[in-house]
Unconditional design. Structure first.
Length: 81
């Protein structure tokens, strides 16, 4: 089965998971450990999300995703305040 491309302005499930964890205050290294990913993979997902959302920085991508409600149905992480 082939993968379905994610349209611009939306996020893939992996991108959402990474941005949600970053929104909760985790560092990329902590996200990698929590999600059992390589740090480079976390960075790749964050970069992809930035491009999809038209953001210049990861912080801006998180803000855009929160404003658009793209992270609303995410489960809380262990580190959420």
């Amino acid at each position: 089965m082939g993968r379905h491309p994610t349209p611009p302005g939306q996020l893939s499930p992996a991108e959402r998971r990474v941005l949600a964890a970053l929104a909760d205050g985790l560092t990329p290294a902590e996200v990698a450990g929590e999600q059992h990913l390589a740090r480079e993979t976390v960075n790749d997902h964050a970069l992809s999300a930035r491009r999809r959302l038209g953001a210049r920085t990861t912080v801006q991508a998180v803000a855009i995703a929160v404003r658009r409600g793209l992270l609303d149905d995410r489960p809380a992480t262990l580190h959420a305040a």
